[in-house]
Ligand binder design. Structure first.
Ligand code: ADP
Ligand code: MG
Ligand code: MG
Length: 482
């Protein structure tokens, strides 16, 4: 199908459109810090120039499944189905003792000390690539901690909508290129709203409640987070603070009896702990950082996420769920289950189970069809195609169980969009990954909120395996449905 993209010359892009993109992005905060920044500098977030077309049916299906996915992952982290997450985490902790094992240990310690808060907040993002043969959305992964680009997604949609309405996509006539509105993801307001609802639900000793954003040192993507903070204050009158894991004990104090967490300086009570950090072992620089994660876990504050919800988002759990017998335990309704199964591609374990044996064989026989993934988040951790056999050979076989082998999804390439990075632009084939945000507030027995929370489109050059926006291959994009 020939889908129309604006047709601007290189000169028009350079002289007329780029200045518009830069000034809109700077005026509206579609920005990030550059590598090695000092505080006043920011650069624009890499973006596409135009929205990218996605089939409406696959987009709608991904959206329609989000609440079901939210509930599924809440059920897993509730340890439903006979403590399934516990059983699997104990096994995985042995294979991946560097991180899963540490998190599991921390969870056990928190149980010894007692979990004060029953409410938990899941802020999730389910990521998809659209298979080019079937046009179906296939799940890349399900993220349960520190999902990002919710605010940037809203902004890039607004940027594209501005460029269209201002006639910049039709340089010669100055008319709109797209007659329909360019969809804008409501992720900024919906993510903030879920944080606000959790804050309201939190029964404070004090009515001076705040949200604590747990952030990384030198976070380059700070503005994506700050936009949510500003929205929380503007639309919900809720203040936020930002703390790193390493600094927690300097700025907060835990009341030993009530397990309430307070801001030392102001006495404000922390109602919700929102992790935008803590998903990678390298972030835990000392025992102190692990102790601080534990302190948060045992505090009465609502965690987004708590450790079990964090653990439910491992690639291992995603692999296990592709087994229909396992999925059926959580999703008894066969029609719903079929819908979910249709979003999965094959994922193999590499252990000595029968399926694991098959995975081991395939990893060496046809590596070009696969990606190998460890239990890690945040990009840059996977091993692709021809690199898989060599990588596995270097490992002790007993360590293979810490990885999963996933069939590669082949999405369509788009050749007519343009990627903008600073002053440069590139007209190269890109592929796009759709993320659907979802929020769920739950306890052991009830679900208090379960919502779809907007979407994100990230595009990357198809020549690169991974498309980290900050790393330099990816960019944020918006969606035009057809
Ligand atoms: P992370 O948790 O580090 O983001 P992902 O599972 O999302 O890990 O993998 C990172 C990137 O690798 C994805 O954004 C996507 O570009 C690529 N990728 C991962 N799985 C697949 C797959 N099955 N098919 C094609 N590309 C994939
Ligand atoms: Mg990912
Ligand atoms: Mg991830």
């Amino acid at each position: 199908m020939n889908l129309p993209y604006p047709d601007l010359s290189e000169t028009e892009i350079k002289q007329e459109i780029l200045p518009e993109v830069h000034q809109w992005a700077l005026a509206n905060g579609l920005v990030m810090y550059p590598v090695g920044f000092s505080s006043e500098q920011a650069t624009i977030v890499p973006t596409t120039l135009y929205p990218t077309y996605l089939p409406r049916a696959s987009f709608d299906k991904a959206v329609s499944l989000q609440k079901i996915y939210n509930k599924l992952y809440a059920d897993i982290s509730r340890n439903s189905c006979g403590g399934w997450l516990t059983q699997e985490s104990i096994k995985l902790a042995k294979y991946d003792n560097e991180f899963t094992g540490k998190l599991w240990e921390l969870y056990l310690k928190s149980m010894e000390q007692g979990i004060a808060q029953k409410l938990r907040l899941g802020i999730f993002r389910s990521d998809y690539l659209i298979d080019k043969r079937t046009n179906e959305a296939k799940q890349v992964e399900f993220n349960t901690i520190s999902v990002s680009f919710g605010a940037s997604s809203t902004k890039v949609g607004e940027l594209h909508d501005f460029l269209n309405k201002a006639g910049k996509y039709s340089a010669n006539s100055g008319d709109r290129f797209y007659q329909s509105e360019i969809p804008v993801s409501e992720s900024t307001s919906l993510l903030a709203r879920s944080l606000a609802i959790a804050t309201e639900r939190y029964q404070g000793l004090s009515d001076r409640k705040v949200v604590a954003f747990i952030v990384q040192d030198n976070e380059r993507n700070a503005f994506d987070q700050r936009t949510i903070e500003y929205e929380l204050l503007k639309s919900h009158s809720i203040k936020s603070i930002r703390i790193t894991l390493g600094d927690l004990h300097n700025y907060t104090t835990l009341d030993c009896e009530s397990k309430r967490l307070f801001v030392k300086k102001t006495g404000e009570e922390i109602a919700v702990v929102y992790f935008r950090a803590g998903y990678s072992p390298s972030e835990y620089k000392s025992e102190r950082d692990w102790e601080n994660r534990l302190l948060l876990e045992i505090s009465y504050a609502i965690k987004a996420p708590d450790i079990l919800t964090h653990l439910s988002g491992t690639k291992k759990i995603q692999q296990l769920l592709t087994d229909e017998d396992i999925l059926a335990k959580f999703i008894p309704d066969i029609d719903v289950r079929k819908q979910m199964l249709s979003t999965f591609v094959k994922i193999y374990p590499l252990d000595d189970s029968p399926l694991g044996q098959e995975g081991r064989k395939l990893a060496f026989q046809s590596p070009s069809k696969f990606v190998l993934k460890p239990q890690r988040e945040g990009g840059g951790n996977n091993v692709y195609k021809q690199d898989i056999p060599l990588f596995l050979e270097k490992l002790d076989q007993k360590d293979w169980s810490a990885y999963i082998l996933m069939e590669l999804i082949e999405p369509n390439e788009t050749t007519e969009n343009v990627v903008v990075r600073g002053n440069s632009f590139f007209k190269e084939p890109i592929i796009s990954e759709l993320g659907i945000f979802g929020c769920i507030l739950f306890d052991d027995t009830d679900v208090h909120l379960n919502e779809y929370s907007g979407w994100l489109l990230r595009s990357k050059f198809s020549r690169s395996n991974e498309g980290g926006v900050a790393a330099g291959f990816g960019c944020v994009d918006s969606v035009m449905l057809y």
